[in-house]
Design a protein around this ligand. Sequence first.
Ligand code: PSU
Ligand code: MN
Length: 309
Amino acid sequence: MNPYLDISPEVEAALAEGKPVVALESTIISHGMPYPKNVETALRVEQTIRDNGAVPATIAVIGGRLKAGLSRGEIEHLGKSGRAVAKASRRDLPALVARGADGATTVTTTMLIAHMAGISIFATGGIGGVHRGAETTMDISADLEELAQTPVMVVCAGAKSILDLGLTLEYLETKGVPVIGYGTDELPAFYTRQSGFGVDYRADSPEELAAMFRAQRALGYRGGMLVTNPIPEQYAMDKAVIDAAIEQALRECAEQGVHGKETTPFLLARVVELTGGESLESNIRLVLNNAALAAQTACALRGAGGAAL
Ligand code: PSU
Ligand code: MN
């Protein structure tokens, strides 16, 4: 095992017994939602995974250790510290580990650490992607590169239209990452069920998702798979309301010269402020929905047919 990795006793036992395990990220806790909703949500997401028959492994860097499986106290700490905790992408891990620092893991580093720990399914809200205007800024999330090189299934609700969704799909196609719509032929746009962009394939059950992931592994691909699960209808937002908030957040981002790793957290926080918390509620609901699907798929993977992945 990697000398910097700590797997919690519960997660370690589950992996040893071949039980289904689902990884969860921590940037969503420290940078994606305000306290105390972030902590409440992180704990509810873990409970949802348990209710669906799997063991949750929330991932973060604590005191320079790569953690797969956090205690309640560690989740509290990440939630209370908020943006004071470093947002940890792939390039950040060497320095954080060497310094014994804390880090909130993005989709990128959650995939990386999950894979190190032997966990192959991960549930989140939205992934990073190609930013609008990337043709001049070159701002493309490391999440897309990680999907291209790390064999983990990521269950998300699509991506927010703070990004250029068309270019994000083009990039994933170039990198050979399968994008699967769950019960849909269209890429969901996080707060809304539709984006106007088609996905590669559609699956209608956790068993179908498991079969696709199994086939990908059997083909020897090194990369992962992106499952896009639309927000439940009753929690979806009005497209005009969310689009207006996103447009305003993007304008303010440009005016204030926000750039680099601060861009995504700035946009996420402004959208929540501008929609008066309605978007936060939608965000929470879609994460819970993704956690349930990821847990069911982890169970399907461990179940019928062949060795555990
Ligand atoms: N998009 C969301 N919510 C999030 C993130 C993105 O709707 O919480 C977080 C995830 O952790 C994702 C990261 O991996 O932001 C991407 O950041 P960047 O765009 O800087 O790569
Ligand atoms: Mn970026």
